[in-house]
Design a protein around this ligand. Structure first.
Ligand code: NI
Length: 172
């Protein structure tokens, strides 16, 4: 299965609201397989379909539990948050579409997400810690929201300045 190209900040697809998946067909399964390969190759903890140029409400996640008890690796289709904790956690986040930079983001410490698996079966995920963070970050991607939207304007300017410098260096 091919690794797909990850689109970077500046591509308008990252700012669009993605469409609901209507058919749990072979095309969806191929997309999910490719997204897993792409995420693993990029060493990411999550990847949303818009990040590979596909405007559908699908993401994959690959999260190690905080106690080191194994890895939760799954794909969610048409996910929605059905409840979120009042308490917030602060932790550093990065994004495969904004490589090389990270910043501390505050988010609800726990969420319950309802979705479908790629076969169309309903799933419910009760998440806290890193998993809750990854789920919220990836869900944001489906609404055109990036982690840099959830930090102060001052921090955003600093992150974007650093990011532009890194890209200039890379592009020589
Ligand atoms: Ni991201």
């Amino acid at each position: 299965m091919p690794v797909r190209e990850i689109v970077l900040l500046g591509d308008p697809i990252l700012r669009e609201s993605a469409r609901e998946v209507e058919a749990f067909d072979e095309e969806l399964k191929v997309l999910v397989r490719d997204m897993f390969e792409t995420m693993v190759a990029a060493e990411g903890a999550g990847l949303a379909a818009p990040q590979v140029g596909v405007p559908l409400r699908v993401f994959v996640a690959d999260v190690r539990d905080e106690d080191g008890e194994g890895i939760r690796r799954f794909a969610l289709v048409n996910p929605r948050i059905v409840s979120a904790a009042d308490e917030e956690d602060r932790a550093a986040e990065g994004c495969l579409s904004i490589p090389g930079v990270s910043e501390v983001v505050s988010r609800p410490s726990a969420v319950v997400v309802e979705a479908f698996d790629p076969e169309g079966r309903p799933v419910r995920v009760e998440a806290e810690g890193i998993l809750a963070r990854v789920l919220q970050h990836e869900l944001d991607h489906l609404d055109g929201v990036l982690f840099i939207d959830r930090i102060s304007a001052l921090k955003r300017r600093m992150v974007l300045k650093k990011y532009r410098k890194l890209r200039e260096k890379e592009e020589g």
